[in-house]
Design a protein around this ligand. Structure first.
Ligand code: MSP
Length: 643
């Protein structure tokens, strides 16, 4: 995509029903791309809106016993509210019932009609009411509608209509697609369109007799007809940016840089629209990008099945930014993706709560406790520091490349990888131990490197999670509202001496309810052997009396007056507990937060130094030190049975 400007569009959504996760996805994607380009300093225009004419809307209105415009007025509010909630930064919202759009559609039709590009003819063929499309006998699949996902019975009709001479542009279009490989993306969608163009293209019926459908834009040259809803809808991409009304604005934005669409509306955008534009004498959009579908688990989302995911509910329950993050991280380049709450919770806990949120709170806490709450100075670099710096800068580059090539999921994966690497760096460099040993310079370097990595990562993730990343950046003392992108590929922009602020739970962990019971081993005591000398075997039943579970350490602190004891607040599934453990000489309290350990959960509670200890953690004695038993899984839930 060239950089002089960026004009991105979403499909305009039908107002027959309230928005679902598919609508939210495309609009968030457009928002992420827009924010990204704005931060790069590229003039950006982001258009979305609603498609308000046609049979679907008329039928929905009839069902509710209201006029179609009232149906549109009521539903459009739902879309607008959702976009506000999801922090969508569209520059315009176009409704096809607005005068500014209707007049342009009529002018375009009149011009094409005057130049003989639209003609009147008798039509004798098949019609699918659901898809509002005409088909020839040959088009039908087993006598039914051939549209993917439709397959409904069709009606035989004979009527007079107006046709756009689309067929005459077939060869031109095939050549155009071959000459401009970036025009239809991803590549396999380009091949799909080329496959479609192997069959002879028909002319496009662009009218509907009012006797059958009255809810549409009247043809300027025949009052007995309204405009076919797709001809009307596609024109929104130019009517919103000054076509035939403001030459300067139109020159500035058209052609669009990217039309984002779902895979089901590929033909309308890569066959109808390009031929319409060509006949109007207008240049083609630079790219039509078709994404896949959100499935619910493995199923298609459908009202009749009752599995439609409401994006408003998701944002209310889990937060706007995590919802945006999940949608962007989970769907890859043109493929279908599966939405489940389990997958959401898993990704949230792994990437956001355990890794990013935990890293921030660790780093800020240490800076507050040991560096006078100011970004520390850093001194010489060791190999580990250099590795972290290189990894952070490389991930920022990778994220930018991936966004440019519409692989947002890979960009986010690269950034999540650096957060994991930074957490490993902290584990290795043990700043809490450096603090205890009074190695203040080295501690400063480690914390500077961790904080600087967070600055770069948060800047790169900002277009996806603007509010949360602003909070994170404010915690690091970064005062500007939005990150400057040029600063994100350079190391060392965080100024030592800048005050930091503690943040409270940027991404609080979501406790997962589905801690499936791990199957217990079978009859391994059958055919018992006598114990070897000096060994006392336990019966399996003895072991089963103990309830071992994973637990997450929420916070740890020293027990006053006891140099061996730490008091830990832990989470075991949905339950919060306190335990007291003799590990103070082996672990710094700050380093423990977020660790998933193993505890004996059904040990009788006891009081230690006046504090209730409800459970016992497991640790291995290695020489003179104790090391905690942890779990070999990045996103292990707490409360899981250990057997
Ligand atoms: N009004 C037309 C578009 C006209 S654009 C000039 C339309 N509207 S729609 O409301 O039915 O669909 C809008 C978009 O939502 C389409 O791109 C469609 O692919 C997308 N989705 C509908 N269900 C979807 C999923 N389950 N998942 C992802 N997107 C899906 O078509």
């Amino acid at each position: 995509m060239p950089d002089e400007k960026f004009y991105v569009t979403t499909p305009i959504y039908y107002v027959n029903d309230k928005p679902h996760i598919g609508h939210a996805y495309t609009t968030i994607l457009a928002d992420v791309l827009s924010r990204y380009h704005r931060l790069k300093g590229v003039p950006t225009y982001f258009l979305t809106g609603t498609d308000e004419h046609g049979q679907k809307v008329q039928q929905a209105a009839e069902k509710s016993g209201i006029e179609p415009l009232e149906q549109a007025d009521r539903t459009v509010v739902r879309f607008r509210e959702l976009w506000t909630k999801l922090e969508i930064t569209n520059d315009d919202f176009i409704r096809t019932t607005e005068e500014r759009h209707k007049t342009i559609v009529q002018q375009a039709l009149q011009d094409l009609y005057d130049r003989g590009e639209i003609y009147k003819d008798k039509y004798d063929g098949w019609y699918c009411v659901g898809c509002e499309r005409y088909f020839t006998e040959k088009d039908l699949v087993e006598g039914n509608c051939p549209e993917p996902g439709c397959g409904r019975p069709v009606e035989r009709i004979e009527e007079t209509n107006y046709f756009f001479r689309m067929s005459k542009y077939q060869d031109w279009l095939i050549q155009y697609i071959h000459d401009n490989p970036g025009f239809i993306q991803p590549d396999f969608r380009r091949n799909e369109t080329l496959g479609f163009l192997k069959k002879k293209l028909n002319d496009l019926c662009v009218s509907r007799p009012k006797s059958r459908l009255s809810w549409g834009i009247e043809l300027p040259f025949d009052e007995n007809f309204v405009t076919y809803v797709w001809f009307d809808a596609l024109v929104n991409y130019i009517s919103a940016v000054g076509y035939l009304t403001d030459e300067n604005v139109f020159e500035k934005w058209w052609p669009a840089s990217c039309h984002l669409i779902g895979k089901d509306i590929l033909t309308t955008h890569t066959v109808y629209w390009p031929t319409m534009l060509h006949a109007m004498g207008l240049p083609q959009p630079q790219c039509v990008f078709a994404h896949g579908w959100w499935l619910v688990g493995r199923d298609k989302m459908s009202k009749s099945v009752g599995n439609v995911v409401n994006p408003m509910d998701m944002a209310d329950r889990f937060g706007v930014d995590p919802f945006r993050y999940f949608l962007m991280a989970e769907m890859s380049l043109g493929q279908d993706a599966s939405f489940t709450e389990e997958a959401f919770v898993r990704r949230y806990n792994a990437d956001l709560a355990n890794d990013l949120g935990n890293m921030l709170s660790r780093v800020v806490k240490l800076i507050v406790s040991h560096c006078d709450a100011k970004i520390p100075e850093y001194t010489e670099l060791g190999a580990e520091e250099e590795n972290l710096r290189n990894a952070a800068l490389a991930a920022a580059e990778q994220a930018m490349d991936n966004v440019e090539s519409m692989r947002i999921d890979l960009g986010l994966a690269a950034l999540a990888g650096v957060v994991r690497e930074a957490n490993r760096y902290l584990e290795k460099r043990q700043p809490w131990t450096l603090a205890k040993e009074g190695k203040i310079e080295e501690l400063g370097t480690v914390l500077y490197f961790a904080a600087e990595t967070l600055r770069i990562i948060s800047g790169m993730i900002y277009p996806v999670m603007p509010s949360k990343m602003s909070e994170l950046r404010a915690a690091l003392g970064l005062s500007e509202k939005e990150p400057g992108f040029a600063d994100l590929t350079e190391w060392g922009k965080l100024q030592p001496g800048t005050p930091v602020q503690k943040v409270k739970g940027l991404f609080p962990r979501i406790s997962s309810r589905e801690n499936k019971k791990t199957p217990v081993p079978g009859k391994q005591n059958e055919g018992k052997e006598p114990p070897a000398e000096g060994v006392t075997y336990a019966e399996y039943a003895d072991f089963k009396r103990l309830e071992l579970r994973t637990a997450r350490i929420l916070q740890a602190e020293k027990v006053e007056g006891a140099d061996k004891l730490l008091r830990l607040d832990i989470e075991v599934g949905d339950e919060k507990r306190q335990i007291v453990a003799g590990i103070a000489q082996h672990y710094d309290p700050e380093g423990l937060q977020g660790k998933t350990i193993v505890i004996v959960a059904n040990l009788k509670p006891v009081k230690i130094r006046g504090l209730k200890s409800n459970g016992m953690l497991l640790a291995a004695s290695i020489g003179k030190t104790l090391r905690l038993v942890t779990i070999d899984a990045e996103d292990a839930p707490s409360g899981a049975e250990v057997s």
